[in-house]
Design a protein around this ligand. Structure first.
Ligand code: F6P
Length: 326
């Protein structure tokens, strides 16, 4: 590919607050640099089912404050097949789209990586997911907003927990990544976080109880990652009811409330920086990388590294939570 004149832009996988700010940034930065922009609707589906619309600067007016994604999103089965990707490639050629910007999580970037390799096609990714489970970046777009939503929800649950002197297990999104639960617990002053990164090594509930976490407190809040191998908040509560019948236990599953809402200032700024950086990267000749941020500096992370499973958890956060919950 000689030079890039037109880019296509799509959001894929689970929506995340700040995706719209990223769409705005990519579109405006591309137009500023003299490129044409086409919006692809419903993720990779839009390439297969020909839902592609021209974008101007005003196509992205008034969206920086909105949650969700104006491009819509989907988890597309067809794109996982060789035939589906061939149809997608034909659509890109027909529409004269020279490069793609893909905003999404690990599934979306895995699709981007396969496609980019198969067709030697330039793609730059932006990490759009509340889970903060992508490697090579300190933060993902949507994570800060979700964390704030979790903190506010746990603050409210605390009122009931302390009034009734109950033990609450609160289930938090994040798939197999404990970042939301761990930092959500620190931010809301919860007693503990049950996270997959630690569950594989030790029985966190047994440790908590044997360390006497209920001895000095009448109420307790424990955040549990949904994908924890122990089975999540429900399983945890069932176990406590059998093993420690003296505790009055309740479960709250926060669910998709964590994915919605207006993005925080931090997410809007992150999305704006990353969106503009995606255009610079493409014009610079960067290919098949995700835009990341490390120590507040924009970096390029190869897709192969970004999508590696098991992002390490920061031990100092685990220690801080433990120390502060005495
Ligand atoms: O990846 C974002 C996320 O919200 C995960 O935390 C969660 O496991 C998953 O998406 C839920 O997906 P869906 O909205 O398709 O049920």
């Amino acid at each position: 590919m000689d030079s890039i004149k037109c880019i296509g832009l799509l959001t894929s996988g689970g929506d995340a607050p700040g995706m719209n700010a990223a769409i705005r940034a990519v579109t405006r930065a591309a137009i500023y640099k003299g490129l044409e922009v086409k919006g692809i609707l419903r993720g990779y589906r839009g390439l297969i089912f020909d839902e592609i619309v021209p974008f101007q600067s005003n196509s992205v007016s008034n969206i920086i404050q909105q949650g969700g994604t104006i491009l819509k999103t989907a988890r597309c089965q067809e794109f996982q097949t060789v035939e589906g990707r061939q149809i997608a490639y034909e659509a890109l050629k027909r529409e004269n789209i020279d490069a793609l910007v893909v905003i999404g999580g690990d599934g979306s970037l895995t699709g981007a990586r396969i496609f980019a390799q198969e067709y030697n096609y330039p793609i730059v990714g932006l990490p759009g997911t509340i889970d903060n489970d992508l490697q090579g970046t300190d933060l993902t777009i949507g994570y800060d907003t979700a964390l704030n939503t979790i903190m506010q929800a746990v603050d409210k649950i605390r009122d009931t927990a302390s009034s009734h002197e109950r033990l609450f297990f609160i289930e938090i999104m994040g798939r197999e990544c404990g970042n939301l639960a761990l930092n959500g617990a620190i931010a809301s002053g919860a007693e503990a976080a049950i996270i997959p990164e630690i569950s594989i090594q030790q029985d966190q509930l047994a440790d908590l109880i044997s360390n006497g976490f209920r001895k000095s407190k009448n109420s307790s809040l424990v955040l549990v990652t949904e994908g924890d191998i122990t089975g999540g908040a429900m399983a945890m509560a069932e176990r406590v009811k059998i093993e420690y019948p003296q505790y009055d236990v309740r479960v709250t599953i926060l669910g998709h409330v964590q994915r919605g809402g207006s993005p925080t200032a931090n997410d809007r700024i992150l999305a704006s920086r990353m969106g503009a950086a995606a255009i610079d990267a493409l014009l610079d000749g960067q290919r098949n990388v995700m835009i990341g941020i490390q120590n507040d500096v924009i970096v390029y992370v190869p897709f192969s590294k970004a999508i590696k499973k098991n992002k390490p958890i920061q031990q100092d956060l685990v220690d801080t939570l433990k120390i502060l919950s005495i």
